[in-house]
Design a protein around this ligand. Structure first.
Ligand code: ASP
Length: 333
């Protein structure tokens, strides 16, 4: 039997972190080749080619790092890899996965994984996660899903997945959607497929600054007012509940919307923004009247990356509106 080739690119994260001396805090250390060597049984799943791309804690990664990983992943597939795995710190994994998903224009699976426990802890989850990720990357059933996240033997679409806890191997979930599959006995069992997958966006060649602000009790919009003069090109406000702010913050939304795209998401972390339920100052209908656009079921973090990709790609206002409406829809396409 000919085994598929899976390319593994390592970006860093806890999966690669060891202490300099026993008992000390961990920091990135292991190379991609070292990571692969810790995984028993991989040789029966795929030919694995390992490359160290970065070795950073994930809060230190940038969108430029993610775009470099995208270019590398595309090249691997074009050279014959059946799928690609990226190892990544779990802290910002959902953001890189979502950005990659917006841009991934190959049918081959692009799988992100990581670990909640470092390699030298009792019962590290990295090797099992990497094994499951390679299984998914090699699986024909995972084609055309876009970018997926595999941890704890669960397969999540990048569109929905989020880190829900600071610790624990089951920290990842897809609120409102659930995992689309699992790795069982070394094979992918895919139970759901997305109804549609929107066409990939062009890879952004420019730059943009997009802020994410969370509305809080008593927030009068002072931070939002500062953004206009601070070089930002767009802003996402993670509003309370179904997309709400105070009356004074709503006035700041009006001012901001005159200068840049303003998206309103929900800070709850799950469920869509409302569209026609509330009519008070600062409600979703009021914010739309003031020129903001509702982000639908995109979390603030994901709405921010979508807006960044559009603005850095030179999209005009009509394209921003269309793509946010399309990708923020409940079906998440
Ligand atoms: N702080 C680590 C990181 O994101 C956490 C992890 O990988 O789980 O790089």
């Amino acid at each position: 039997m000919t085994l598929p080739t899976v390319a593994v690119g390592a970006l860093g994260g806890t999966i690669a972190m060891t202490p300099a001396h026993p008992g000390e805090p961990v920091a990135p250390e292991l190379s991609a080749a070292q990571l692969i060597r810790t995984v028993r049984g991989l040789e029966a799943v795929a030919h694995v080619a390992a490359t160290s791309l970065r070795n950073l804690p994930s809060p230190a990664l940038t969108t430029a790092d993610v775009l470099d990983a995208l270019a590398w992943a595309r090249a691997q597939v074009d050279d014959g890899a059946a799928g690609v795995v990226l190892t990544h710190g779990t802290d910002t994994l959902e953001e890189s996965a979502f950005l990659l998903d917006l841009l991934w224009d190959r049918p081959a699976p692009l799988v992100l994984t990581g670990a909640m426990r470092p390699p030298r802890s009792p019962g590290p989850d990295g090797p099992a996660n990497l094994y499951a990720a390679v299984v998914v990357a090699a699986a024909p059933a995972a084609r055309d899903l876009g970018a997926v996240v595999v941890l704890d033997d669960e397969v999540h679409l990048a569109r929905w997945v989020t880190k829900t806890r600071t610790a624990g191997v089951g920290a990842f979930a897809s609120p409102g959607a659930g995992p689309v599959g699992r790795v069982v006995e070394g094979a992918l069992v895919l139970t759901l497929r997305p109804a549609r997958r929107a066409a990939p966006l062009p890879v952004p060649a420019g730059a943009a600054q997009v802020a994410l602000l969370e509305f809080t009790l008593g927030d009068d919009g002072a931070l939002l007012r500062l953004l206009g003069g601070a070089g930002f090109d767009g802003v996402v406000v993670a509003g309370a509940g179904a997309g709400h702010v105070s009356p004074t913050a709503a006035e700041a939304v009006s001012c901001a919307a005159e200068r840049m795209p303003v998206l309103i998401a929900s800070r709850t972390g799950s469920g869509p923004t409302a569209t026609r339920t509330y009519g008070y100052p600062g409600s979703e209908t009021d914010l739309v009247r003031r020129g903001a656009q509702l982000a639908g079921s995109l979390t603030g973090r994901k709405a921010r990356l979508l807006l960044w990709a559009l603005l850095a790609g030179g999209a005009d206002a009509a394209t921003v509106r269309r793509e946010v409406a399309r990708r923020g829809g409940l079906a998440g396409d």
